[in-house]
Write a protein that binds this ligand. Structure first.
Ligand code: LCS
Length: 394
């Protein structure tokens, strides 16, 4: 039995699961069922009325999913977790729960393209406004929080520019004003960063990425205070219905076990490749939070355990040069997504952030020559050689 203060590497394997409640099964069982039978009509009534604990229907809860949610809550140092069918299902459930017509969301200057799209949809259809903020000082933040701001939404590191936001600073100001701070922690995973321990209120993940780690699941996770998570569970999750399938939850539990081992390797590989990219004459700029010259390096040191496994860089030349370079790669795959064993490269301006209008993209720092590399678990020397041979050909 793990003790109460087990370390992260132990919690990813054991927390939230008690084998004695499941016939001694070492691995959490997969409850691949849509519904649960009641012993009597009265039991059904009591479960619906909340007078008796127990499962009802898998959109409202499932034992395999519950193990994942409980484990994530421990890892993110929160009170409760909820799992969703995608990262975007998680983002939308949280934003809809925190806002109503006339409210305002203050968002970091740069977010994943579909989150940008969702903010536009909320504005257009439901009159929920938003602004983007650099959030780089107390003054900026205080000026940009409006009287009707009901949510501060942050990605850090920001996809794909790798800029950082000082979470403790934002949380201090937001807490004073009673505004919840929501952090998309996809790029870090709880192994590298735990926003709730810095005073933030809600953490979101595209679990499709490092949490899964094997490129075979699309899923989302949210962790926060028990009361808020119960509200999301009762309202936006239950009634909009973007729940995870039990099998995907089972795969995520499997993936989670190796999260720290994988991330150590992702980070080590990224550090090596940063040195290579930085020195290469055909590369213009490299954006990597582990770069001591990165404008937010001190924030990285303060709030992240390690700089992560993603590097963005601009190539000298034009959009076409970037395309020719990608087409020469042999080992590295051209694909969106990140956090997989395979090294992936993508062109944000035409792929993950294609829905963002060009002017907004420029404000976010997404140039047409910017490429994002999700560094995999291969030998870094092989990744480097692939980058080198492709760069030679352009
Ligand atoms: N948040 C971040 C920071 C993301 O990068 C993504 C997806 C999402 C939320 C949405 O998660 P999903 O619904 O896809 O599970 N990011 C992607 C990316 O950078 N490439 O492909 C998807």
């Amino acid at each position: 039995m793990k003790n109460k203060n087990s370390r992260f590497e132990t919690e990813v394997i054991h927390s939230g699961y008690h084998s004695d409640e499941h016939q001694g099964s070492l691995v959490p069982p997969l409850y691949q069922t849509s519904t649960f039978t009641f012993a009597s009509a009265e039991q059904g009534e009591n479960r619906f009325a909340g007078k008796e604990e127990g499962f009802i229907y898998s959109r409202l809860g499932n034992p395999t999913v519950k193990i994942l949610e409980d484990r994530m809550a421990v890892l993110e140092k929160g009170e409760a977790g909820l799992a969703f069918s995608s990262g975007m299902a998680a983002v939308s459930a949280v934003l809809v729960a925190l806002t109503k017509t006339g409210d305002h969301i203050l968002c970091s200057q740069g977010v994943y393209g579909c989150t940008f799209g969702l903010l536009g949809l909320l504005k257009e259809k439901y009159g929920i406004g938003h602004n983007f903020s650099l959030m780089d000082s107390k003054e900026t933040l205080e000026n940009e929080i409006l009287p009707n701001t009901t949510c501060i939404y942050i990605e850090t590191p920001i996809n794909p520019t790798m800029k950082l936001v000082d979470l403790a600073m934002v949380a201090r100001i937001a807490n004073e004003k009673g505004i919840p701070v929501v952090v998309d922690n996809t790029f870090c995973s709880p192994y590298l960063q735990t926003p709730l321990s810095l005073g933030c209120d809600v953490v979101i993940h595209s679990a499709t990425k490092y949490i899964c780690g094997h490129g075979d699941v699309v899923a989302g996770l949210v962790v926060g205070k028990k009361e808020f998570m119960q509200e999301v569970s009762r309202t936006t999750q239950k009634d909009i219905g973007g729940i995870i399938s039990p099998f995907d939850a089972w795969l995520l539990l499997r993936g989670l076990k190796t999260l720290p081992v994988r991330l150590d390797r992702h980070c080590e590989n990224a550090g090596q490749l940063f040195e290579f990219l930085k020195a290469h004459p055909k590369i213009e700029s490299v954006y990597y939070p582990g770069d001591p010259k990165h404008s937010d390096f001190s924030i990285m040191e303060k709030q992240m355990k390690k700089p992560g496994g993603l590097i963005s860089f601009t190539i000298k030349g034009t959009k076409e040069t970037a395309g020719r370079f990608m087409n020469q790669l042999q080992l590295i795959k051209i694909a969106v997504s990140l956090g997989d064993a395979e090294t992936l490269i993508q062109h944000p301006a035409t792929m993950t952030h294609a829905v963002v209008p060009e002017e907004e993209r420029r404000k976010m720092g997404i140039e047409n020559t910017l490429l994002r590399l999700s560094i995999g678990l291969e030998a870094w020397e092989d990744i480097m050689q692939d980058l080198e041979q492709a760069l030679e050909k352009i």
